[in-house]
Design a protein around this ligand. Structure first.
Ligand SMILES: [Zn+2]
Ligand SMILES: [Zn+2]
Length: 327
């Protein structure tokens, strides 16, 4: 009789998920398609990489749009999730929806249902939405803050979290405003991948609101500090292998840095933002930049130069007048 509680305890322990489940491993290419010096020659519009079965990374050609954004397709047993739709609306030149549908498994009643979500509402992450509108069994999440909160059920923005159940695979939805007021990151515990959009990427982290950005960085670091993060996968690559940024608008990225950042970059972001001078800072694997502050500084510099010229002209004119009067 005394064995019964022990057996009950054992059964309970066996049905619990393991506390330290290892995330499923995958591969990433050392090099992506890096555009071309001459974009008039035909280049493939879209590169598709299978990280592991059911997890795909898609990159749009830099020749199609200099942003060369990355998109991610995660397939569960019941539905699939597409994170971002890239910078190109035209389905002829950028067959995104066709490619994604081709990757979806066939179920009894057609393709597996698809949910299209975004890291944020900047045009280079949602221009392809139109290709998915009206497709059967396809839903598209909104990108404005009110819509995002309503769609994912995030009344406690930005401290709340939501999840999307794909069937055997639950994706966590994490508010990360600061670059954009409705920015989201997505964490996939089954692979340990964090899809970070423009919040964290090997390139320029463009800060719209420093305090909000820093809050987001602290929140994500706290959430994932003790959990597996295999790779941080962002929306763009803007650095070469030596850490130098390509000029804005470059459609050729020779010797491009790899896409993935790691957990150290993520955990180091709060300190980098705390030390940020408000204009520009370099970290080994990314740059911090506040475009509005830089623009204001530039405008202030231009105004100061203009005032200096006006002062010099006035002085010259007065001297000339005084000289003439004395002559
Ligand atoms: Zn953006
Ligand atoms: Zn972007």
């Amino acid at each position: 009789m005394k064995r019964l509680p022990v057996l009950v305890l054992l059964a309970a322990l066996l049905t619990l998920p393991p506390a330290t489940a290892q995330p499923a491993a995958g591969t990433l290419p050392a090099r992506w398609q890096t555009g071309a010096a001459d974009c008039t020659a035909a280049t493939p519009p879209l590169q598709v990489h299978e990280y592991r079965p059911g997890t795909y990374v898609l990159r749009q050609s830099l020749c199609a749009d200099f942003e060369g954004p990355f998109m991610y397709l995660l397939i569960g047993n019941r539905q699939a999730l597409l994170i971002d739709t890239g910078a190109v609306a035209d389905a002829q030149s950028m067959p995104l929806a066709k490619t994604v549908l081709g990757l979806l498994p066939d179920d009894a009643h057609g393709k597996r249902p698809l949910l299209v979500v975004h890291t944020h509402g900047h045009a280079d992450h949602r221009a392809g939405d139109a290709q998915f509108a009206g497709l059967p069994a396809t839903r598209i999440a909104p990108t404005d803050l009110a819509g995002v909160r309503r769609f994912f059920g995030l009344p406690g923005w930005p401290d709340a979290r939501a999840s999307v159940d794909l069937g055997g695979r639950k994706i966590e939805v994490i508010p990360t405003p600061g670059h954009h007021d409705a920015h989201l990151a997505y964490y996939d515990p089954s692979t340990g991948l964090l899809f970070s959009g423009d919040f964290l990427l090997p390139g320029r982290l463009l800060i719209e609101d420093t305090a909000t950005y820093a809050d987001s960085a602290r929140r994500v670091a706290t959430l994932l500090r003790d959990r597996p993060v295999t790779h941080v996968l962002g929306g763009h690559i803007e650095l070469d292998a030596a850490g130098q940024a390509y000029p804005h608008g470059a459609q050729h990225h020779p010797d491009e840095r790899r896409l993935q950042l790691d957990k150290r970059d993520l955990l180091g972001l709060p300190a980098a933002l705390a030390a940020f001078n408000g204009f520009y800072a370099r970290q080994p694997n990314y740059l911090l930049s506040h475009p509005l502050h830089n623009l204001l500084a530039l405008a202030a510099g231009a105004l100061a130069a203009l005032l200096l010229v006006a002062w010099a002209l006035r002085r010259w004119w007065r001297r000339r007048s005084a000289h003439r009067a004395g002559a």
